[in-house]
Design a protein around this ligand. Structure first.
Ligand SMILES: C[S@@+](CC[C@H](N)C(=O)[O-])C[C@H]1O[C@@H](n2cnc3c(N)ncnc32)[C@H](O)[C@@H]1O
Length: 279
């Protein structure tokens, strides 16, 4: 008996997913074996030992080294985590929806100069670069980790209006009022409060009057949403700065003169805030 086309497509997708999952598990043992010596070298700031694992310079913000080395800094971490299905799992099935929510803000041409603060895993930036090229815009993406910029470079089409720049979001080497739109997609929850405040101040500084700041990140889930209670311990361990982000509404972090539009997703567990800078 032959399979119908949709059933065959589903079977093909399931097999491809299983193969990808198996490949991922194949990489885990080496990652775990390297984990302890690598982590020790980082904590001891032992640059010689570290260079056996990581060939970049080590001027990485301390919170990234301490809390997010496994996700963004370690080369194997980059290979493991930059997968659509895994990001979707981490975002509890909301990845596509949140990417669409961010991209929806880039629909009106001309797009002008766009800035994305920090690389993200998945396909958001390639889609944004495509949109920028179709709408006569340009896209700058900054990140403090060269490994992340390199990883992004391979995901972008060869003819792209995107520039990838190594910079810290707390000290952008750019003039005031340069960009029409600035996007921060799940960056703020990864930064300690003092760093986060500097990042927001820098984003506002480089935004043109009339320009649009787009923040997509975790939010404070509604009281009736079980995630508000269930996820707090996981976030406290794995994403330790998230709780301080959601303790203060995003709107309260911005000047009161800005025009704001807020949207909640997944019972408030995620949020998008669009803020227009006053002329
Ligand atoms: C934007 S967040 C990740 C969001 C989400 N987990 C994802 O991948 O879709 C991760 C990126 O932020 C970058 N990052 C963290 N702190 C930064 C800083 N101070 N300046 C620039 N980039 C930073 C990290 O290097 C990493 O590439």
């Amino acid at each position: 008996m032959g399979l119908s086309l949709p059933a065959a497509a589903m079977l093909h997708r399931a097999m491809a997913g299983a193969a990808e999952g198996a490949a991922l598990f194949g990489k885990l043992p080496a990652f775990i074996l390297e984990w302890q010596p690598w982590r020790k070298a980082l904590m001891d700031r032992d640059v010689d030992a570290l260079s056996a694992f990581y060939h970049e310079d080590t001027s990485v913000p301390p919170y990234l080294l301490r809390h997010y080395w496994w996700a963004y800094v370690h080369p194997r971490g980059v290979k493991i985590f930059d997968r659509g299905w895994l990001i979707n799992l981490i975002l509890l099935g909301n990845y596509k929806r949140l990417v669409c929510a961010a991209l929806a803000e880039f629909e009106t041409a001309p797009l002008g100069r766009l800035l994305q603060l920090a690389c993200v895993y998945g396909n958001l930036t390639p889609k944004l670069a495509k949109r920028a090229s179709e709408a006569g815009g340009t896209l700058d993406v900054i990140d403090v980790l060269p490994i992340q910029l390199r990883n992004l470079k391979w995901k972008l089409p060869s003819r792209t209006p995107a520039r990838l720049l190594r910079m810290d979001s707390t000290a952008l080497e750019m003039p005031d009022a340069r960009y029409d739109t600035v996007l921060l997609f799940f960056l703020l929850h990864e930064q300690p409060e003092a760093v986060r405040q500097k990042t927001v101040a820098e984003a506002l500084r480089v935004l043109k009057p009339g320009g649009k700041l787009i923040l997509v990140d975790y939010g404070k889930a509604a009281w009736w949403n079980p995630l508000r209670y269930l996820m707090a311990p996981f976030l406290a361990v794995l994403e330790p700065f998230t709780l301080s982000l959601i303790a203060t509404p995003l709107a309260a972090r911005l000047p009161s003169t800005m025009t704001l539009r807020q949207t909640s997703y997944f019972g408030g567990f995620y949020q998008k805030l669009v803020a227009i800078k006053r002329h």
